[in-house]
Design a protein around this ligand. Structure first.
Ligand code: NAP
Length: 435
């Protein structure tokens, strides 16, 4: 009989309790596939008395979760607490320093400290895996690291936050405004009481930074992700997009090109995009996630599924444990941590796009001419122009336009010319069209 893989669980919330359920329900099948049983030895959370819907009586309880890392009867610590720093990071460092493997679902911690933790894991000769940190139950890290390992990638992009996708697709289907749909999403449990991390795009940026590092062999650079959330979108934007044949999705996108001197540059952006109705990502509805990887031999690969929730996320955590039990953990990223390159960020200015621009303006003569003049002077060519609504004299009007393909720097220059204009009642909104 092969010795079991002995694990300790830190955090018994949505994902932690989910992991216990997966191991209880599918234990025999998992043991066969892993080549040995995966056995929970010890657990920790804040409140020992809380009913978590799972039986904890067979496991040792540690009030202080850092003690899990010190236990001689534990091979792998599973961190399911959350938070970029604080107790989760202390536990992760402690586990690796003690020669334990580490599995985590913590995208914030990996986006901020992934390189350090990967180096520590490699130095200690132990596993570090974080499949559940990106897109919940979707095996996108395995797909990228193993399945697509033979490919040079041109780009990767996707819908990385289920809360935002739920809000955007509900706005699209119902024609309602952002604030109303957000409150409903909170009431239904699709959005947190404090939804900032999700709706400001930070959660998606954490995941994108991790994927970009794996996909392009670059050191994680979360700070370089150009990040914009969904909070400024109006019902009218969805109506305009629909008229043009598009839907709106929050897209995380990364690519890696060489600059004029032959040096690699990494571009990372999270932003609402207009996605053509025929594109696979346009069909991704509700809280679903999807990631597209474009490889030079595999072509376009699409990974789609539940990006969160107890079952899907726990499934990804246990998949990591199975890989460790099989002795197939590999390096945390696609190459050893010391070989991840420090790739400087690419400026957006030279990038060529078609863009949707929306202006909220006071309804008075000459406003449209002022905007058109700024576009012309900056060299932005307008493909189509829509003026929305004819409110009472002196009210607000929305002007939306789509540009021909051109450099992003030209759009920025046009907006700079309009900055401070008394005609604009709020800063213009820019969304790129996903090409
Ligand atoms: N939920 C998802 O769908 C999902 C999807 C992908 C990734 N993730 C990631 O998975 C991780 C866990 O998320 P979750 O949704 O399961 O969170 P959660 O439901 O809030 O659970 C967090 C757990 O950590 C425990 N905890 C917090 N601080 C602690 C401390 N100082 N010492 C000991 N235990 C502590 C809590 O204890 P008490 O229960 O006693 O309060 C709770 O059991 C996060 O990194 C999250 O980003 C979650």
């Amino acid at each position: 009989m092969v010795a079991p893989l002995r694990i300790a669980l830190a955090g018994l919330g949505t994902v932690g309790a989910g992991v216990i359920r997966v191991l209880e329900t599918n234990g025999a099948l998992i043991a066969r596939r892993a080549g040995r049983p995966i056995e929970i030895v010890a657990v920790s959370a804040r409140d020992r008395s809380r009913d978590r819907g799972v039986d904890l009586s067979a496991y040792a309880w540690e009030d202080d979760m850092s003690r899990l890392a010190a236990r001689a009867d534990v091979d792998v610590v599973v961190e399911l607490v959350g938070g970029a720093d604080g107790p989760a990071l202390a536990l992760a460092r402690g586990a690796l320093a003690a020669g334990k493997g580490l599995v985590t679902a913590n995208k914030a911690m990996i986006a901020h400290h992934g390189l350090e933790l990967a180096q520590a894991a490699e130095d200690a000769g132990v596993a570090l895996r974080f499949e559940a940190a990106v897109a919940g139950g979707i095996p996108v890290i395995m797909g990228l690291r193993e399945g697509a390992a033979a490919n040079a990638l041109s780009r990767l992009y996707g819908i990385l936050n289920g809360t935002c996708n739920y809000i955007l697709t509900t706005m699209e289907h119902t024609g309602r405004d952002f604030a109303e749909v957000l409150s409903e999403a909170q009431a239904l449990g699709y959005a947190e009481a404090d939804p900032t991390f999700d709706i400001d795009g930070i959660d998606a940026a954490h995941k994108l930074a991790i994927l970009a590092a794996i996909g392009f062999g670059a050191q994680i650079d979360f700070g370089a992700v150009e990040t914009e959330g969904i909070g400024r979108l109006k019902a009218a934007d969805f109506a305009q997009a629909a008229e043009l044949g598009y839907v709106i999705r929050l897209i995380g996108l990364a690519d890696c090109d060489e600059d004029a001197d032959g040096a690699r540059r990494l571009f990372q952006r999270v932003q609402p995009y207009l996605v053509p109705r025929g594109h696979p990502l346009a069909a991704v509805d509700g809280a679903t996630n999807a990631v597209v990887i474009e490889g030079n031999f595999a072509g376009r690969l699409l990974f789609q599924g539940a990006g969160a929730g107890a079952g899907p996320t726990a499934s990804a955590v246990v998949a990591d444990l199975i890989a460790i039990a099989r002795g197939q953990a590999g390096t945390p990223f696609s190459v050893p941590a010391a070989e991840l390159e420090p790739v400087p960020p690419a400026g957006a200015g030279h990038r060529r796009n078609r863009a949707y621009l929306r202006f909220t303006v006071t309804d008075r003569p000459g406003v449209l001419a002022e905007i058109s003049a700024a576009m012309r002077d900056a060299g932005v060519s307008i493909e189509s122009l829509i003026q929305q609504g004819r409110p009472e004299e002196g009210g607000e009007v929305l002007i939306a336009m789509v540009t021909h393909e051109g450099p992003e720097s030209a759009v920025s220059a046009a907006l700079a010319l309009l900055e401070g204009s008394p005609s604009l009642t709020e800063p213009p909104l820019v969304m790129r069209l996903l090409g």
